[in-house]
Write a protein that binds this ligand. Structure first.
Ligand code: TXA
Ligand code: MG
Length: 351
């Protein structure tokens, strides 16, 4: 059966609709819902059969664990064995919000939910719809991004329907998600904090609270064990993504050169560029303006929708302008490098 899309208000969702979706989750069905980052594909985190359905619907490898979502910090006590002082401090300052903490898992969390690991990734989202839904369910909700594995994360209900249509019972539609890139994933199970995935909470913010934060290199072999998801080539459109990284004063020159090179090969070319570069691109290119260089948060908010949009336009190649790795720019560049396949991915793991 195709998914039912239920429109809900983003800040004051109708309790009757939330109840309906919560009852679906309690019955072991899948419900897609908005968070402040991207839409998630939710299942009762403590129901292994329901979480199995999430993996099946996404076509996701079973060793890539989900993020468990809670609606209060107190709910942590049921799913992790220890909450170290650093975690308590971060929770007090940054929850609810786009920060996922990896902590030692309690035995109550089924192995499938945590990809067979002794740890579990947990976050408390700030979106009113997500919070209302989790509270109505009364137990933690496992929710990876609600895309087919290998597609950009969904930032609208229609993206979810396009990817997962029949596999999900209900999609709660509260419009576009405000942050646009996924949560920051921080591992707190080792000696010091390790950033596993840059995301909605900038590294600079974590460093201001924690001091030094180690940054796990994308695709590094040590990371394959610690953050299984990073081994796969995510965010991969069908078109070839060509990432142009140049200092601002050379950006238009290099973007033009990249576009012309691809044209010379007879390819249909699109471009995603900053507002500063857009006016200088050759006529005839299909152009999307990501936002101003000084506003990486706006660029993050547009990123996945524009990648999907250009990919649906039947292009052979998408030329994308790189931005500075500052604030949300770090998460943007991480996703773009992975879309371009530039990271050191495990060749066997490309899906
Ligand atoms: O913003 C988000 O985090 C969204 C929304 C829906 O909350 N969710 C999301 O989930 O992006 P997903 O499954 O697409 O990404 C989860 C990431 C993966 O890279 C996964 O490998 C990592 O978190 N992860 C999950 N559990 C882990 C664990 N126990 N240890 C290390 N990494 C873990
Ligand atoms: Mg994902």
């Amino acid at each position: 059966m195709p998914a039912r899309i239920l429109a809900v208000d983003a800040s004051r969702p109708d309790p009757a609709l939330i109840r309906e979706a919560a009852d679906m989750l309690l019955a072991g069905q899948l419900v897609a819902f908005p968070t402040e980052t991207v839409y998630g594909l939710g299942a009762d985190a403590l129901n292994a059969a329901a979480v199995d359905r999430v993996f099946e619907a996404k076509g996701r490898p079973v060793d890539n664990p989900t993020i468990v979502h809670v609606s209060t910090p107190a709910a942590l006590d049921t799913i992790v064995t220890v909450v170290p002082p650093a975690a308590r401090m971060l929770i007090a300052k940054l929850w609810p919000g786009p920060l996922t903490l990896v902590l030692p898992a309690a035995p109550t969390v089924p192995l499938v939910t945590r990809g067979g690991l002794p740890t579990v990734a947990v976050r408390m989202p700030s979106h009113a719809v997500a919070l209302a839904l989790i509270a109505a369910v009364g137990c933690p909700v496992a929710a990876p991004s609600a895309n087919r594995s290998g597609r950009p994360s969904p930032t609208t209900a229609l993206h979810v329907r396009d990817d997962l249509g029949d596999a999900v019972s209900i999609i709660l539609d509260a419009g576009p998600t405000p942050v646009g890139v996924e949560s920051t994933v921080l591992d707190l199970t080792g000696e010091g904090p390790v950033l596993l995935r840059p995301g909605g909470v900038p590294l600079e913010v974590l460093e201001s609270l924690l001091g030094h934060v180690a940054v796990a290199p994308p695709g590094a072999s040590s990371l394959l064990v610690r953050s299984p998801g990073t081994r796969y080539r995510h965010y991969a459109p069908h078109a070839k993504v060509v990432l142009v990284e140049a200092p601002p004063q050379r950006a238009t020159l290099e973007l033009n050169a990249a576009i012309r090179r691809l044209w010379d090969q007879g390819l249909r070319v699109g471009a995603m560029v900053t507002a500063e570069s857009a006016p200088a691109l050759p006529a005839g290119a299909v152009v999307r303006v990501m936002g101003a260089r000084s506003e990486p948060a706006a660029i993050a908010a547009n990123l996945f929708a524009q990648l999907r949009d250009l990919d649906d336009a039947g292009l052979d190649a998408i030329v994308v302008e790189g931005i500075e790795e500052r604030g949300l720019g770090r998460a943007v560049m991480d996703r773009l490098r992975r879309a371009a396949g530039a990271s050191d991915v495990d060749p066997g793991g490309i899906i």
